[in-house]
Design a protein around this ligand. Structure first.
Ligand SMILES: [Zn+2]
Length: 228
């Protein structure tokens, strides 16, 4: 597994670092891969949308080209909540496909929370139009898919939807630790993981990934090809 972090925010959305600052920090932290995943389609915070995405992609491609010391990946964290986000099936796929990967947030298993969240099927359907890796952002299987954990994990594995791991708030709080049962499901259905610490502010550590790497390895979980 390469040293990577695929969940970070910059001044293109609600992060405090410019993309250059973030990339420099990632180099100092000896990462091999840094993914920038600013917020998209999220009308309660600074975010990217159909109009601003081309500029974001253009800028990050240039940054990629002039920073050969590290692999810069262009991502987007897409908010799917109602009414602040977008229905994954109604994304401007043409533009989204120009990035390296996407993360969806606020996905639940079914329609019980239809008023606020989208269900997993909407991501499965959206993925049919996407040629890039698709993941779920900071997903707590026990919380988001409570009562349907095995079905959810089967859908994720079967549709090659990866998860980011772990959730890291304020740079030091790491939430992970699946039950043995869930770890079994994750292995059985071969769900892939990528590390993403949801970096927002300067205090957050872009390179705070060692515990997550150890957790993935020790528990025999699979790693997304892009970062393996
Ligand atoms: Zn985020």
């Amino acid at each position: 597994m390469r040293r990577h972090n695929l969940h970070t925010h910059t001044t293109y959305s609600d992060g405090r670092n410019t993309p250059e600052e973030l990339v420099q920090k990632a180099i100092l932290e000896r990462l091999d891969i840094i993914g920038i995943s600013d917020h998209g389609f999220y009308n309660q915070t600074r975010h990217l949308d159909e109009k601003t995405l081309p500029d974001y992609i253009y800028f990050l491609r240039k940054l990629k080209d002039r920073t050969p010391r590290i692999k810069v990946m262009i991502g987007l964290e897409i908010n799917t909540a109602r009414p602040t986000g977008i229905d994954p099936e109604r994304l401007p796929f043409e533009i989204v496909n120009q990035m390296d990967y996407v993360l969806f947030e606020h996905i639940k298993f079914d329609d019980t929370l239809k008023a606020v969240y989208r269900n997993i099927e909407s991501v499965v359907n959206a993925k049919k139009h996407l040629r890039i890796p698709v993941g779920l952002a900071h997903t707590d299987i026990q919380g988001e898919f409570f009562g349907n954990e095995e079905d959810a994990v089967r859908i994720l594995g079967g549709n090659e939807i990866f998860m980011d791991m772990p959730l890291n708030l304020k740079g030091d709080y790491v939430r992970f630790g699946y039950t043995q049962k869930i770890l079994e499901y994750l292995r059985k259905y071969k769900v892939k993981f990528a590390i993403g610490t949801d970096v927002h502010s300067r205090k957050d550590s872009v390179g705070n990934i060692d515990a997550a790497m150890k957790y993935l390895t020790e528990n025999g979980l699979e790693v997304l090809e892009m970062v393996s």
